[in-house]
Design a binder for this molecule. Sequence first.
Ligand SMILES: C[S@@+](CC[C@H](N)C(=O)[O-])C[C@H]1O[C@@H](n2cnc3c(N)ncnc32)[C@H](O)[C@@H]1O
Length: 261
Amino acid sequence: MNSAIRKFIFHDLQTIEGYIDPPDALVFLSLLQSQKKRKLGGAIAEIGVFYGRSYFLFRKIGGSDEKILAIDLFDIGQTPEGMPPQYSRFLENGRRLGLPVDEELIIRGDSTMLEPSQLIGKIGKVRFFSIDGGHMLQHVMADSRLAMETLADHGVIAFDDTFNPAWPEVTVGVADFLRKSGGAFSAFCMTKYKTYVCRREFHELYTELIANSVDLAAFDHVETEFLGSKVARLHNPISRRMVYELMIRSGMSAFSERAYR
Ligand SMILES: C[S@@+](CC[C@H](N)C(=O)[O-])C[C@H]1O[C@@H](n2cnc3c(N)ncnc32)[C@H](O)[C@@H]1O
């Protein structure tokens, strides 16, 4: 078991305001480590950094040599002068955690205006692409096109906020992306918040990786069908979520990892 990284997920990551929760952090860990083990190379890219919760998870898993390209508007709290507070808080989180940000690979701007060649010129092909930027159809359409065109053959795209009634257009965007791909891409895993897709030729491989991951053994793996492919839905029972939340709120984050063994 990855005890140091699990400690990071259940303790340090909780100190950063943001959205990735333990089940998805454990899926990221399982996929990224399995890709490394199988020599499925490539960089990591993410759209939607916020204050860096997922960025620092990538850095912790990948180590200092991993190329991580991160894109965000970084305009939260912006005033006409000075550095945007969102960006300085992101950098500050990195300093505090001892996980510095590679600023050469940070793009401050609108992801929907980027061309695939701009990403490939900086990091080459991508093996893991997280999409969590703008949540309207136009964003998901543009971001999924960018991901598809920069993805290594064996690459994975993680879409955030799928099936979340607060953001219905994300679900439409992901379904459109899969259907327009004509079967070239298919989903292989879903959690409460995210949907993971890959090229059809790698569907079996990623299905097996998810099924056999020690870090995901705590979840019920429920076979689901989505647009013509089999998907492992990782179910996280409410009883565990409640125990976990209680531990976090009562300052016992160091022990919360045990709820997910
Ligand atoms: C939900 S937050 C991302 C959460 C983050 N992944 C985490 O783990 O905490 C969404 C982010 O997307 C950014 N965003 C929204 N629209 C964008 C766009 N068109 N281009 C780039 N970033 C965008 C916002 O600035 C915000 O920081």
